[in-house]
Design a protein around this ligand. Structure first.
Ligand SMILES: Nc1ncnc2c1ncn2[C@@H]1O[C@H](COP(=O)(O)OP(=O)(O)OP(=O)(O)O)[C@@H](O)[C@H]1O
Ligand SMILES: [Mg+2]
Length: 355
């Protein structure tokens, strides 16, 4: 059984998010006593990827991804060689099963392996399988166990890209769990007893999740994301792809951009987020989320925060995963300030070092 590292305990790790547009690296250090600690960002870098490197959330060019990881790691000045990476939610199959409480890990592993073909719709020799105990199940004397299966190919490509950069994967997580981790940290004590929705608005996909007391309740990925916004910018202002992106990120688009492009896009995105949440509420008879965190590069789209708040009736915030952290001497403050919401997943991965 290959470990996805869901229950690992060791520090420190480089959290490496291989997104469609960039490789993002975050390394954290825990400061203070065990009972009252905070985190310091020890190193951080973002390296843009060529457009052909990651296609439809899959690594298409291992060499290009590996080189970008190497450059990001060199730039951030870390000596760490162990990494935590994640496979997209769309590349994993998860299942929660009840097992009797009090079993040792090895016993549980044996039992799961024996029955795994009941839960996983792939031949077992084609997948990496991991599990973690979530907590007490509904039935007394049982615990809920989360099974996560990922096709070998997806994990192998990640490991090969890391190897090019001279790194080894200590943890292969699934994106939704890493993001939950980052969100729970960001909210701190405010998260207790709250149902938190998260929307990670990336370049190729928007992932919508719901978390309560650190436990994921819902996760869905959809294809409506910043790439559609960039296409509209290119079309309307006759710009090439790289110019469109540069102008968007630098806030250098014509005066009608907010009214003509950003606002309609924010409306459509809000609708997509609202629909996914509605589906979750009605499928599970749950009450609406108390708050919604906006993460990913698209989170800072003008007017999005206000629109999500007012249309969905949920308090929306742009996520700042570094809110309660100090910055180490090697870390460029500008990078954290400009790309904070897009670094949430890398922060969640780096946090795996302290599980
Ligand atoms: N101010 C902004 N408003 C809207 N979108 C923006 C803004 N700044 C950057 N973006 C977009 O955010 C995207 C990058 O976000 P992010 O880094 O979260 O994506 P990714 O992780 O590489 O992609 P994915 O998660 O889909 O694989 C780019 O497409 C970029 O154009
Ligand atoms: Mg992303």
């Amino acid at each position: 059984m290959f470990s996805l590292g869901l229950g690992r305990k060791q520090a420190p790790l480089l959290g490496i998010d291989i997104g469609s547009t960039a490789v993002k690296v975050v390394e954290l250090a825990r400061v203070g006593s065990a009972s009252a600690h905070t985190y310091q960002v020890a190193s951080c870098a973002l390296e843009t990827l060529p457009p052909t490197a990651v296609v439809e959330k899959k690594i298409a060019d291992i060499q290009a991804v590996g080189e970008s990881i190497r450059q990001a790691v060199t730039r951030c000045g870390t000596k760490a060689k162990a990494a935590a990476v994640a496979v997209p939610g769309s590349a994993t199959i998860t299942k929660v099963i009840p097992l009797s409480a009090g079993m040792k890990d090895a016993e549980m592993e044996g039992l799961i392996q024996l029955d795994a073909d009941q839960y996983i719709p792939y031949p077992l020799d084609e997948v990496n399988l991991d599990f973690t105990v979530l907590g007490p199940a509904v039935t007394q004397g049982e615990v809920d166990v989360l099974l996560v299966a990922t096709r070998h190919e997806v994990v192998d490509n990640l490991l090969a890209a890391l190897a090019i950069a001279g790194l080894e994967a200590e943890v292969v997580d699934a994106e939704p769990y890493a993001l939950e981790n980052a969100a729970t940290l960001t909210m701190g004590a405010l998260a207790e007893g709250q149902t938190i929705a998260i929307a990670d608005i990336g370049a190729q996909a928007t992932r919508i999740q719901v978390v309560r007391n650190g436990r994921g309740l819902f996760s869905r990925e959809q294809g409506f994301a910043a790439a559609q916004l960039l296409e509209e910018i290119q079309r309307r202002y006759s710009l090439k792809a790289d110019e469109a992106r540069r102008c968007l990120e630098a806030g250098e688009l014509p005066g009608d951009f907010v009214a003509e492009v950003a606002r309609p896009f924010a409306e459509a995105l809000t609708q997509q987020i609202g629909r996914a949440l509605q589906y979750y509420y009605s499928a599970t008879s749950s009450k609406p989320a108390d708050q919604i965190l906006l993460a990913g590069g698209g989170a800072v789209l003008p007017e999005l925060e206000q629109m999500v708040s007012s249309r969905l009736g949920i308090l929306a915030y742009v996520a700042n995963p570094f809110a309660h952290m100090t910055l180490g001497p090697r870390v460029p403050g500008q990078l954290i300030q400009r790309h904070g919401p897009a670094l949430a997943l890398a922060v969640g991965l780096a946090l795996r070092g302290f599980d």
